[in-house]
Each structure stands twice: as structure tokens, then as C-alpha cells.
Design a protein around this ligand. Structure first.
Ligand code: LLP
Length: 384
């Protein structure tokens, strides 16, 4: 929670910036370790959610692996000290350069999304004189019941290989000498709050894994991706996601072979609640019927509300006056540059400091410099 000492530090920094609460991050990491260790599960952190060094250091110290989606993320994970045998590399469009980077790092697994991609990895691995460990990403056609832009596991999505292609894929895999199938990979979507989605996924996986067994493939691991949602509506009351229910949903429904590992790729649930976008009120402007609170942060710093209509709770840290109705907006020249419409907030004036909560995941990593704005910075509690 924000005490006087922290508030004075937060208000003395140039805005806008991200503040990452290290204490909450550590508490969250500890909860993940406790709950996943119960079943011996392996956790990779999905770097795309947040790559602030101070945040990543905490995650590396916890011993998690990394889930990467670009060659740069693979190099970064490696440079931050994540062991190469704990780095997975996913994505539908890996370039030759990125594949070579990952081959040279010697990663745990290429999560592959198509036959042409597998063929290219095989050729490049042959050129490097190595055998590449691959997992095929399978589209299980499970509805994650989340926003359509972050739904990935339906049969019409661009991700993964569909079950009707298995025979062709199996045949091709057996004919390639420089790849080895070590696992199967899934990820059906993000911000999933309904645990029955993970139960359904587990049941589908059981059937798919049985098919691979019948076809003489020994799968060293099953990777179920990420997707666990967080409570954007109540960040104070529910700062830590339901890791207990999440891992248990898999434990109760998935069937693993003797010695087979279960891997996870968690992003949002690790870092979302520890992050706050801190901004300053530039102007309060009275419109025809609306009172606008114009901030010095906008969609360039946090694009989720503009892109997905996402809700983020907002607090005014420097006012406790009676509440008024505001549209909270940014300075960017786009009508979608709105954080919230018609929210009740303490009466504010120019210079007040505002925190936009639950923004530790897909906040700073999705920032841009549109309008030639400065790229937003981030600070952990220790770095403030
Ligand atoms: N694994 C794969 C293959 C993924 O595509 C993703 C996220 C993850 C793991 C991590 O999922 P998480 O645990 O964070 O749900 N920008 C969007 C979210 C995009 C998620 C993309 N994939 C947002 O701000 O809501």
C-alpha cells in the first residue's frame, strides 16, 4: 500500500512513469512457487508482459524459465541469466535470424506453429550442426471466453496446428534429421477468469497426447501456455491471482505419463498487479456535459484501454476531496486516447498525481513513441 514515504517518492519523480511494487511482486512470485511446486510443475515467465530489468531480476532469482516471442527476447533472457535449457521460443513468424540466435543459445524448445517453419528450423539446425528440440503448438479449439483480440486457441485463429493436420505433420517430423519432437504446446488465450476453461483444455490435451503416444512419439513435456486472469476491478482486494485454483485445475484433469513434465508460460498474472502507471493532471477542462481530466500519460504509455476497451482502476494520490465525475484522457491526438469515461474521482486540479492500477503487464512493453513522445520509463520500489 502507498504510505507517506512512498507517496513523497512517487510525487518527486518526473511523470509519466511506471512504478513496480517489489513487495507485491515477490509475494506473487512466492505464491506461484508454492502452488506449482506442489505438483512439480515448471514455470516459464512470458517476457512479453514486462521486460523492465528490475522486475525481470526478481523473476530470474525465483528460478523461472522464460517464454520468448522474438530473437531479442531470447537474447535478453539469456543475458539476464535465465539458463538456456529453460528458454522456450514461440511465435508464428520466426525469422531465420531469430531461429539462428535461438539455436546458438541452445534453448529448451522451439514452439512451432507450421510445417514450413519446422522445415526451416531443420535446415538451419543442419547448417549449424545441431539437432533442434521442438514442440508443436496445437490449436485445441477451446473457447477461452475472453476478449476476441486475446483469444488464440479457436480453430479459426492463426495460431497452432489443427488436429486434422496431425498425420501430415507426424510423417514430416519423422523424415527430418535435425529436429527432435520433445513436446506439445498450447495457449488458448489471455485474461481467463473461468477455471473450467483450463479443465476443458486439460481434457482435450489428454486426447491429443494419447494420439502422439499411439503414433510412437515420446513426449518429454506438455506446455499449456499462460492465460490466468487477474482482477482488474479490485486490485486492492485481490492483488494476487488464483494460482491455487489454476494449478489445481490442471492437476485434477490432466493425465501425465510417468516422468512427463508439465510446463506453464505465465505473463500477466505474474506482473500485472504490481505495476502502476503514475501520471500528473495537466488540466481539468469543462466540456459541454463532460469534465475532462487531462493527464500527461496517454495511450502511448498504456494502450490497453484504447485497444481492448480494458478497464484499469484509477486513483488520485494527492487529493481526498469529495468525488466528481470525470472522463480521464491522455494528450495524444486520437479520440481513443481515453483511460476511463464517467468515473467518480476526488476533485482534482493541475499537478495532482494519478495512479492507473493493474498496469504491470502489457503496459510498458506495449508503449510507443507515437507523436514523438518520450518512451516511458519504469522504476521498482528500490529504484525510486
Ligand atoms: N504463451 C503464449 C504462447 C502467449 O501467446 C502468451 C500471451 C502467453 C504465454 C502469456 O499469457 P498470459 O499469462 O499473459 O495471459 N496484450 C494483451 C495480451 C496478449 C497476450 C499474448 N500472448 C493484453 O494487454 O491483454
Amino acid at each position: 500500500m502507498i504510505n507517506r514515504e512512498l507517496l513523497s517518492k512517487l510525487t518527486s519523480k518526473a511523470t509519466p512513469y511506471y512504478f513496480y511494487d517489489t513487495e507485491l511482486l515477490r509475494k506473487t512470485i512466492q505464491e506461484i512457487k508454492t502452488e506449482s511446486n506442489k505438483y512439480g510443475y515448471q514455470v516459464h515467465y512470458a517476457l512479453k508482459a514486462n521486460t523492465h530489468d528490475g522486475v525481470v531480476k526478481e523473476i530470474v532469482a525465483a528460478g523461472f524459465g522464460a517464454d520468448c516471442v522474438s530473437g531479442n527476447e531470447v537474447s535478453y533472457a539469456h543475458s539476464m541469466g535465465i539458463p538456456s535449457e529453460r528458454i522456450a521460443f514461440a511465435g508464428v513468424g520466426k525469422t531465420d535470424h531469430e531461429i539462428l540466435t535461438a539455436l546458438r543459445v541452445g534453448i529448451f524448445s522451439f514452439n512451432c506453429e507450421s510445417i514450413p517453419e519446422i522445415e526451416v528450423i531443420n535446415d538451419l539446425a543442419a547448417q549449424e550442426g545441431v539437432v533442434a528440440p521442438i514442440a508443436i503448438r496445437i490449436n485445441p479449439d477451446v473457447d477461452p471466453k475472453t476478449h476476441e483480440y486475446i483469444t488464440t486457441g479457436l480453430k479459426d485463429n492463426k495460431f497452432g496446428i489443427n488436429h486434422w493436420d496431425f498425420d501430415v505433420v507426424a510423417e514430416r517430423l519423422k523424415s527430418l534429421d535435425n529436429i527432435e519432437l520433445t513436446g506439445i504446446h498450447f495457449h488458448v488465450g489471455s485474461q481467463i477468469m473461468d477455471m473450467t476453461v483450463f479443465e476443458q483444455l486439460s481434457l482435450k490435451i489428454n486426447k491429443i497426447a494419447a494420439w502422439f503416444k499411439e503414433n510412437d512419439f515420446h513426449l518429454h513435456h506438455i506446455n499449456v501456455g499462460g492465460g490466468l486472469g487477474i482482477n482488474y476491478e479490485a486490485p486492492v482486494e485481490a492483488p494476487v491471482a488464483d494460482f491455487k485454483g489454476y494449478f489445481k485445475a490442471f492437476h485434477d484433469h490432466i493425465h501425465l505419463e510417468e516422468g512427463q513434465e508439465l510446463h506453464f508460460e505465465l505473463g500477466r498474472s505474474v506482473v500485472a498487479q504490481c505495476g502502476h502507471l503514475i501520471s500528473k493532471v495537466l488540466y481539468v477542462k469543462q466540456g459541454l456535459e463532460t469534465q475532462f481530466m487531462i493527464l500527461d500519460a496517454g495511450m502511448t504509455e498504456l494502450i490497453r484501454p484504447a485497444l481492448y476497451g480494458a478497464h484499469h482502476d484509477i486513483s488520485v494520490l494527492t487529493s481526498d476531496l469529495s468525488r466528481e465525475k470525470y472522463d480521464v484522457v491522455g494528450p495524444v491526438c486520437e479520440s481513443s486516447d481515453v483511460f476511463a469515461k464517467g468515473v467518480m474521482l476526488p476533485k482534482s486540479k493541475r499537478g495532482d498525481i494519478v495512479a492507473i492500477h493493474s498496469s504491470g503487464a502489457y503496459g510498458q512493453t506495449m508503449a510507443s513513441s507515437y507523436n514523438m513522445r518520450d518512451l516511458v520509463k519504469g522504476y521498482t520500489t528500490e529504484e525510486l
